[in-house]
Design a protein around this ligand. Structure first.
Ligand code: MTE
Length: 320
């Protein structure tokens, strides 16, 4: 495939949007969030966002104290109004468009190299899994970052449920594909559906997490409801949203951005401050909500848990 079109996040934010426009946009969005609260406050008008989620009663879940942060949790409105979800547009303000996604019924297919392929209804899956909350840092390849309380379950639990055969070496994930709901998917130069992948060693690492909630509630749609991956030591594009299919395989999956621009986005995508992106530095990051700048950390600060996964991987571009 020879697509030259670049994602908007292929441009550092400062260049993508003049600063005064960017700041005004944020003020506007903050105002809009207030307006949304007003609308929902008893005027009898229900904002699209407020649709009841049948899993709402499961949250909040108990926080796992093993996962702590070196920074404050990002303000919920800031994180909920600045998202990457190309299915709904190549900009960050997709929150209201994403409300078009129908998340019930929702089936996750598990297939490929497994003892028994399965089709799991999301609510059945939720009832089987040990839910917990984890505080994780999140680092986008564009050099913005956040720290959020995810709810969900450890990916190793899902691997156990799936029962992969000994031949499986990778896990491949696929997002829904429905251009009638997600207008970004009408843009034929993108290789829809969004695909991501990881090795079995990564999938069974203690940090690999399947998120079904955030901020003590079910995932809002813009975060990738009803089920997404969270790989906190990797650039955010590895954390695929709104998953419908999980396939165990012996072939390394080619992910969405890798297919579009393999010289800039690779399979591994581990965070590293000393390896710049082809067109910008990764040395520091901007925190959503406060705009504070922080130094980027190797493996996003999770070196102790994951560095060993890569000790024997040679000849690979581990940090793009
Ligand atoms: N998953 C899908 N299906 N589509 C996307 O466009 N964007 C990725 C990732 N998962 C994306 C996706 C990128 S680039 C990032 S940084 C994170 O989602 C953003 O997650 P957030 O919006 O919850 O902060």
């Amino acid at each position: 495939m020879n697509i030259r079109r670049k994602p908007s996040w292929a441009i550092p934010e400062r260049e993508a949007t003049p600063e005064h426009v960017f700041l005004n946009r944020r003020r506007f969005l903050t105002g809009m969030a207030g307006a949304g609260a007003l609308l929902g406050s008893g005027l009898g008008i229900r904002p699209a966002f407020a649709e009841a989620d049948p899993s709402a009663g499961l949250y909040p879940v108990k926080r796992n104290p093993a996962f702590t942060l070196d920074r404050d949790i990002t303000d919920e409105t800031a994180a909920s109004t600045y998202n990457n979800f190309y299915e709904f547009g190549s900009h960050k303000q997709i929150a209201s468009l994403a409300q078009r996604l129908d998340i019930r019924p929702w089936t996750v297919t598990i297939d490929g190299m497994v003892d028994t392929p399965q089709q799991l209804d999301i609510d059945d899956l939720l009832s089987k899994m040990p839910l917990e909350e984890r505080l994780y840092r999140h680092r986008c390849v564009e050099a913005w970052a956040m720290a959020v309380p995810w709810s969900g379950f450890a990916m190793p639990e899902l691997v156990k449920l799936a029962g992969p055969t000994a031949d499986a070496k990778y896990v491949r994930f696929e997002t829904f594909h429905d251009p009638s709901v997600a207008s970004g998917q009408k843009q034929s130069w993108y290789p829809w559906p969004y695909v991501e992948g990881m090795t079995m060693d990564e999938a069974t690492n203690e940090l690999a997490f399947v998120a079904t909630g955030i901020y003590g509630k079910p995932l809002a749609k813009q975060f990738g409801a009803p089920i997404r991956m969270v790989m906190p030591w990797k650039y955010g594009f590895k954390s695929i949203k709104s998953i419908v299919r999980i396939t165990f395989t012996d072939k390394r999956p080619v992910s969405f951005w890798e297919e579009i621009q393999p010289k800039e986005y690779g399979f591994w995508a581990n965070v590293n401050p000393s390896v710049p992106h082809a067109r910008w530095s990764q040395a520091s990051e901007r925190l959503l909500g406060t705009d504070e700048r922080r130094n980027t950390m190797l493996y996003n600060g999770y070196e102790e848990q994951v560095a060993h996964l890569y000790q024997n991987v040679t000849g690979e571009l581990l940090f793009m």
